[in-house]
Design a protein around this ligand. Structure first.
Ligand code: HEM
Length: 380
């Protein structure tokens, strides 16, 4: 059966091959209004960069800080505190505390913990279902460990995080919203207990965040707990997507496997180029709080903008010969982790976890070659 071409940049994100469509967006103006989706669309490097930098462009509509479907639910209470989905002074201090804690993690420490967790979770038989479960569970288990959870709690945490993130989609069903609220409550309670039980000598992310929060006057335990849940939920699908897309890149580009294995930084470069060429996060949104002008377009208050990161990553003005998958791409320019005030503070952790997990998988793949792995996309 022939798959229909995407008709707009939102449906493109769940299309098996959105890239011909994304390339066509680069022939349109850098910022244009799409009547079908009722949103402005920024798909070029220049327009995505300018919108990310524009302080009038916020992460949520001013009139709806929490999605209506989550109001009155435990998941909505968490949402209210997350730096990812809030702007303004109240969130400036929490944002800095999270950034400092995440950047204090040394890559070799994250690498060795990620390898140990990936080894421990790698199933004996690598059928598609088991490999998929491993790809999802590994990143969230690593971040749970970095936060300060013990190994025996990590699988349940991963399940709760999976159920919680299901409520963050505009397509979530009523059942998913109810399940997500149960998961949000359990995650809140676990993290609350972990914070209370922290030893003064602990070197975990939770203890760094708590100590820095106290020193800088961010005394709001509910918000701290919510943002720790936020770290787990931000990790979950995107990092799994990065590992999965890297495996697909290895299976799709002839000679890449040998090239990766022949270099000391092979897995790091593989993951970085995959993030650019096959972004696990294809778009994000902004909402105009006060009228602003970007690239000669007047964006009125209330307007919504879709930033097509996956298209901007392939803009030849910033990445020449953008379709080629190059481990040695000079001055690689990647929009996958965002830019500006909401730029991802977990980028280097995510890239390290993905590279470490893939190098663990490598030893096993010698006996299960990639060309025998069948794969399909999961529904978005
Ligand atoms: C491949 C994996 C990941 C990708 C592609 C990714 C991508 C992104 C993007 C695009 C944003 C900004 C969204 C926007 O501005 O609209 C973001 C924000 C964020 N990410 Fe990540 N992320 C990844 C992994 C992680 C990990 C592992 C963590 C934490 C351990 C993390 C923590 C965060 C946080 C806290 C924010 C909100 C920052 C703020 O608003 O100030 N992310 N991420």
């Amino acid at each position: 059966m022939r798959t229909m071409e995407p008709t707009n940049p939102i449906s493109a994100a769940s299309h098996p091959n959105p890239y011909p469509y994304y390339h066509s967006l680069l022939d349109r103006p850098p910022l244009y209004f799409d009547k079908e989706i009722g949103m402005w669309v920024a798909a070029h490097a220049v327009s995505v960069s300018q919108i990310f930098a524009d302080r009038s462009c916020r992460v949520r509509p001013v009139a709806e800080p929490v999605p209506a479907a989550l109001e009155g639910r435990a998941a909505g209470e968490l949402f209210r505190h997350l730096v990812r989905v809030n702007d303004g002074d109240r969130h400036a201090q929490p944002k800095l505390v999270l950034q400092r804690a995440l950047s204090s993690l040394q890559a070799p420490v994250t690498d060795s913990r990620a390898r140990a967790t990936a080894e421990q979770l790698l199933p004996a038989s690598l059928d598609a279902e088991a490999l998929t479960a491993w790809v999802y569970e590994t990143p969230v288990a690593v971040v749970a460990e970095l936060i300060g959870f013990s190994a025996d709690e990590q699988s349940e945490m991963a399940r709760d995080v999976r159920d919680f993130v299901a409520c963050l989609s505009a397509l979530s069903t009523t059942d998913q919203l109810a399940t997500a609220s149960g998961a949000a409550q359990r995650l809140r309670s676990r993290l609350g207990k972990t914070l209370t039980a922290l030893q003064p000598t602990s070197d975990s992310l939770a203890s760094h965040i708590l100590a820095d929060a106290q020193n800088s006057g961010w005394i709001d335990e509910e918000a701290i707990v919510a943002n720790l849940v936020g770290l787990l939920s931000q990790t979950y699908e995107a990092t799994a997507g990065l590992i999965g897309n890297s495996i697909v890149a290895l299976a799709s580009h002839r000679g890449l496997w040998d090239e990766v294995r022949s270099r000391d930084d092979g897995f790091q470069q593989l993951v970085h180029e995959t993030a650019r060429c096959e972004s696990p996060v294809q778009n994000t949104r902004r909402f105009v709080a006060e009228s602003t002008t970007v690239l000669d377009c007047i964006l009125p208050a209330g307007a919504a903008i879709l930033l097509v990161l996956a298209a901007a990553n392939r803009d030849p003005s910033v990445n020449p010969d953008p379709v080629r998958f190059l481990l040695d791409r000079p001055n690689r320019c990647t929009f996958t982790f965002g830019r500006g005030p909401h730029a991802c503070p977990g980028e280097s952790i995510a890239r390290t976890i993905a590279a470490s997990a893939l190098s663990v998988l490598e030893s096993r793949l010698e006996t299960a070659p990639l060309d025998r792995l069948a794969w399909t996309w999961k529904p978005s």
